[in-house]
Design a protein around this ligand. Structure first.
Ligand SMILES: [Cu+2]
Length: 198
């Protein structure tokens, strides 16, 4: 288990970066894609980041709301922009592949998705950040390239039929490949239960 980053420090560093990026030379400014969204970003939230205790112990990250191994069904709860981590470009505070959801192959995955940030976001389970086509039939929130507005919720479900390593990403153009809004999604031929971890 690798050493985990303290999320509070990451959040504070993010704020510093934003502030520094606004007033300094172009060479230190955030990438243009970030900057364009930054102008529309909401005020910094007070919602607590993922708890350090969870990170420190390697306990399950969020995401899994419930599961039924007999019915081979897992329900995921995903919140976009849950924290300030990565300029709000995160799922439940996770981004850039720093969390993994694992589900057994053949299970039905139900997803409850909510957007709590000021920018539009969506969810796609896809092969990679450079290929955001849904990896399975139905493995995407509706109209993923447009995404959900703040405060909206969508649900969708799919069967994780083929074992392999995928990503769970935002399908709004540029947000996975440039902004890092993605985590890992593994469909396992050996797992007997769904799990999540940092
Ligand atoms: Cu997004």
């Amino acid at each position: 288990m690798r050493v985990l980053r303290p999320r509070t420090l990451i959040a504070l560093a993010g704020v510093s970066f934003l502030l520094a990026g606004c007033g300094t030379a172009a060479s230190t400014a955030p990438p243009a894609h970030h900057a364009s969204h930054h102008k529309k970003a909401p005020a910094a939230k007070t919602k607590a980041p993922i708890t350090p205790s969870s990170a420190a112990t390697g306990a399950s990250a969020p995401f899994i709301a419930s599961q039924d191994p007999t019915a081979k069904t897992v329900t995921l709860s995903l919140v976009a922009g849950a924290t300030i981590d990565n300029f709000y470009y995160n799922f439940d505070g996770y981004d850039q592949g720093n969390a993994t959801i694992t589900v057994p192959a053949g299970w039905t995955v139900k997803v409850n998705f909510t957007n709590e940030s000021g920018s539009a976001h969506s969810v796609v389970i896809a092969p990679s950040v450079s290929n955001l086509s849904p990896a399975f039939t139905g493995a995407t929130s509706p109209n993923a390239s447009v995404g959900l507005q703040a405060g909206e919720t969508q649900t969708f479900q799919f069967v994780a039929s083929t074992a392999g390593s995928y990503i769970l990403a935002c399908g709004v153009p540029g947000q996975a490949s440039q902004d890092g809004m993605w985590i890992k999604f593994v469909v396992s031929s050996s797992a007997t239960a769904a799990s999540s971890q940092e």
